[in-house]
Design a protein around this ligand. Structure first.
Ligand code: SF4
Length: 220
């Protein structure tokens, strides 16, 4: 099946390639009138120099608001850092404007229990592939940084950028090209934050690295 033909980026709002997710979103939309409950497109400027990649919409986050990482606990933790490091104009995700950043997920539809199936990740990969192609800097562009939030996002981006096999490590930096970097962090999920797997100090260190790379202050 040629996923990219069936499900080209311009068809994202109407994509129905994953029946389980389409049905689940419809059910949730009936339970929660006013929620977005449809595929969630990336948001933020197309010329941004930072691309954040998460896993999939959460019910109280993107599936409700229609914007990745907006409105739930993960988003609040994330936007505190986006604001602190100059990538958003406020830490309140629901009213924030992104400054030089763009946000997407590897899977665009709300999955039950926050866990998309392998086939659903594969189905959605055509969209992410196009987003990464659009984001890739030319040789003369200023530095661009992809920050993957969680192992799932890292594994998908690594595969789609043809990065040599590297296992997910929090805080890792991989140079894809002289002006192109792939960074990884634990996902700022409520579970990871509440269990201390991801602390504010750990997240801040990642954001310091992102800011320095985007500012062109280091060259690894
Ligand atoms: S998860 Fe992606 S491929 Fe599957 S229905 Fe949603 S937009 Fe389409």
């Amino acid at each position: 099946m040629d996923v990219e033909k069936l499900c080209a980026p311009h068809t994202l709002p109407n994509c129905r390639l994953c029946p389980r997710l389409v049905d689940f979103q419809r059910e949730q939309g009936i339970k929660h009138p006013g929620f977005h409950c449809a595929p969630v497109a990336p948001w933020g400027s197309k010329t941004a120099r930072l691309l954040l990649v998460g896993l999939a919409p959460g019910l109280q986050g993107a599936a409700r608001t229609g914007k990745g990482f907006v409105g739930d606990a993960s988003g609040e933790f994330l936007f505190a850092s986006l604001y602190r490091y100059g990538f958003a104009d406020t830490k309140r995700s629901e009213v924030a404007r992104l400054l030089g950043a763009r946000i997407t997920n590897i899977v665009k539809c709300l999955p039950p229990n926050n866990r998309p199936l392998g086939i659903e990740r594969s189905n959605c990969e055509g969209f992410l592939r196009q987003e990464l192609a659009d984001f890739q800097p030319s040789r003369r562009s200023k530095t661009r940084v992809i920050l993957c939030l969680g192992k799932d996002a890292f594994d998908s981006v690594r595969r789609l950028t043809d990065t040599s096999p590297t296992r997910f490590v929090h805080g890792q930096q991989v140079r894809l090209a002289p002006n192109y970097y792939l960074l990884s962090s634990f996902h700022p999920s409520r579970l990871n934050v509440n269990t201390g797997r991801l602390t504010r100090a750990m997240f801040d260190k990642v954001w310091q690295d992102v800011r320095e790379l985007v500012n062109g202050e280091v060259n690894i």
